[in-house]
Design a protein. Structure first.
Length: 202
């Protein structure tokens, strides 16, 4: 399945693991990213975050396996993590790939820091959402003539429909072997998202 639009082969894929689903009150516990330049993986990184006051519930730990103590012992500050993440973002001229990040990951990133420089760059990204691309293809939704890619993806993901488009389901639909990746950890989800992007868009 290929999109009708031309997509870049230089980009940054990222994924977050969090303490919950609400970007206004829950925390990022792990961030992973992959820098791809002209189709070649240049950088793969992930960082646990140590945020004062953060608590990871047993229910969240059951999903991603990350504990509050683990973040306290091994995590870095948000500022340190973003200081590593931002240069990789700038190398792609702001092209970012996520899976369902329009309604989740980007909102968490925007709420995790008051760093004006980072937020300015985040607001300018060209965001490509593989969940939205998959859903739009299956529902035969078309991007409007004057509609930006970001707005189109938000519209697609906000459309109510029973179609499944979570990361694992899309991998299975596209024949991506998930057994080689650590599911529900940022680095593994980043690698799966990259495989989805390559199969649908490149």
């Amino acid at each position: 399945m290929k999109s009708h639009y031309a997509f870049p082969n230089t980009y940054l894929v990222f994924d977050l693991e969090t303490s919950g689903l609400d970007p206004k009150k829950d925390f990022i516990v792990e961030i992973g990213w992959m820098l791809v330049r002209e189709g070649q993986v240049i950088v793969e990184e992930s960082r646990l975050l140590n945020i004062p006051g953060m608590f990871i519930s047993p229910e969240a730990t059951a999903i991603h396996g990350i504990t509050t103590q683990q973040c306290c012992d091994e995590g870095v500050s948000v500022a340190d993590a973003l200081a590593e993440f931002l240069p990789a973002l700038l190398m792609t001229k702001g092209v970012v790939i996520t899976h369902n990040g329009s309604l989740f990951d980007l909102l968490f990133l925007a709420n995790c820091t008051m760093d004006a420089n980072f937020l300015t760059h985040l607001a300018r990204v060209r965001h490509i959402d593989t969940a939205a691309i998959f859903k739009a293809e299956r529902l035969r939704m078309k991007r409007g003539y004057c509609e930006t890619q970001n707005k189109f993806h938000n519209r697609v993901l906000s459309t109510r429909n029973p179609l499944k488009f979570n990361l694992r389901h899309v991998c299975d639909e596209l024949g991506v072997d998930r057994t080689q990746f650590a599911a529900h950890r940022a680095a593994g989800d980043v690698a799966m998202t990259n495989e989805i992007y390559k199969r649908m868009c490149l």
